[in-house]
Design a binder for this molecule. Structure first.
Ligand code: ATP
Ligand code: MG
Length: 410
């Protein structure tokens, strides 16, 4: 035993391995396939940005900016932040990289995000998201397209059955202001019965009270004024078109009149895909329209809509995907045949089969070790009277294929 203590991992980070890692990869691969079907262009974004990219666009009063960001000064004295979400960085790139020329721009990405939260099941400090955005599109069809893509993703992952799309509209700027004023006067009347957080939100960000998970707030949230009474004709019309489009696209949804998203910049459509199979962490995918965001970063008015989905939560719903067994394990039963083993396993891989070389440990035990891994086939190499001889275990078809690949006749 070494007397050097091993450093512990950081709380709220994860080392993902085995079946969990396979499920994670399956979610990402399915997303990659679906985003191509919908013709979203792949982008890669920096993991950190200047802090103002997030503080200006998300709003100083949001939980993310006020409590959850990993911000630090770098060696040059600049305040930087590990991205807590994708949208702000993508909006920044849209402006600084001249992506306006591609509008309406459909982009997708995935990767790690960082938030200083209380770690628990389904909630981490480093987690991972899939993300899809349509920037420079004001039409309700853009919202429909994005929701149809999310819906197809969940269907292709085989988890759509337990997941519901909850849909709301926050209206245009005027509708939202009217509703906000009504919420403030309603909640003021109950001020002292609200949670401390919600009393604070009342002044700074009253819509967010509707988002509260505190049981003290729930009864008041249930009876709060609803957006529908404050929607302008235009906002009603917009929402109507989104609903009709979803109908045409075959996407099922339910109306959630108290659904507001955690961030300041949302307008019109807001939505979450929710399941009751993950306990308190039931939102797997969320998003909406953020027509005001790009202006907060100094750009021209640019309508946009997007969503993000937690890869870990999706992977938990998908369940343990098993790690694939090898198509063929090549067993080197005599060390003198090592080169032959390396050559064979290489030919099999070039031929498109997943193959593993088993050439360590006691030669006589290697074959049994291979059997324990339950591959589709085993090829065992030994020598007889100076010639390489090989025993095959597996189906006749596989033997035909594998011998053809090894002899160059495939
Ligand atoms: P929540 O209400 O669960 O905190 P949120 O509104 O903060 O979610 P978004 O910012 O909309 O979440 O992020 C989109 C998705 O990312 C969430 O629906 C969830 O699946 C996932 N997600 C968010 N925060 C975490 C986290 N700390 N750990 C794991 N997944 C997360
Ligand atoms: Mg959150």
């Amino acid at each position: 035993m070494s007397s050097i203590e091993t450093p512990r991992p950081i709380r709220g980070t994860q080392d993902i391995f085995g079946a969990d890692a396979e499920a994670f990869a399956h979610v990402v691969e399915t997303f990659e396939r679906v985003r191509k079907l919908y013709r979203f262009r792949r982008i890669e974004m920096p993991v950190f940005e200047k802090t103002e990219v997030f503080s200006r666009s998300l709003g100083e009063t949001t939980d993310v900016v006020s409590k959850e960001m990993y911000s630090f000064e770098d060696r040059g004295g600049e305040s930087l932040t590990l991205r807590p979400e994708f949208t702000a960085g993508i909006a920044r790139a849209y402006l600084t990289d001249g992506w306006q020329q591609y509008a309406p721009l459909k982009v997708a990405t995935h990767g790690p995000l960082f938030r200083y939260e209380r770690p628990q099941k389904g909630r981490y400090r480093q987690f991972h998201q899939l993300d899809a955005e349509i920037i420079g599109a004001a039409e309700p069809q853009a919202d429909v397209e994005l929701l149809a893509m999310a819906d197809q993703l969940l269907k292709e992952l085989g988890i759509a059955d337990g997941v519901t799309l909850q849909l709301n509209t926050l209206g245009d700027g005027d509708s939202r202001e009217g509703w906000r004023a009504a919420l403030v006067s309603y909640f003021r009347a109950h001020r002292h019965q609200l949670s401390e957080d919600s009393q604070d939100r009342l002044e700074r960000n009253p819509l967010r009270i509707l988002d509260s998970k505190d049981p003290r707030d729930k009864p008041f949230v249930a009876d709060a004024p609803e957006i529908d009474d404050y929607l302008s004709g235009e906002a009603q019309d917009y929402f109507g078109k989104v609903c009709e489009g979803l109908q045409a696209a075959g996407v099922a949804w339910t109306r959630a009149p108290a659904l507001v998203r955690g961030l300041d910049y949302y307008r019109h459509t807001a939505f979450e895909f929710v399941t009751d199979r993950l306990g308190a962490q039931g939102t797997v995918l969320g998003g909406g329209r953020y027509d005001g965001l790009i202006e907060t970063l100094g750009g021209a008015h640019t309508p946009a809509v997007g969503w993000a989905a937690g890869i870990e939560r999706l992977a938990m719903l998908v369940g343990g995907a098993s790690e694939d067994v090898a198509d063929c394990i090549v067993v080197v039963e005599e060390d003198a045949l090592m080169q032959e083993g390396i050559r064979s396993v290489g030919l099999l891989r070039n031929g498109g089969l997943s193959a593993e070389l088993l050439s360590s440990g006691s030669p006589r035990k290697r074959f049994d070790k291979a059997v324990k891994q339950q591959p589709r086939a085993i090829l065992a190499l030994s020598s007889q009277e100076g010639e390489v001889s090989s025993r095959f275990h597996g189906s006749d078809d596989d033997e035909g294929l594998i011998r053809a690949i090894l002899s160059g006749n495939a």
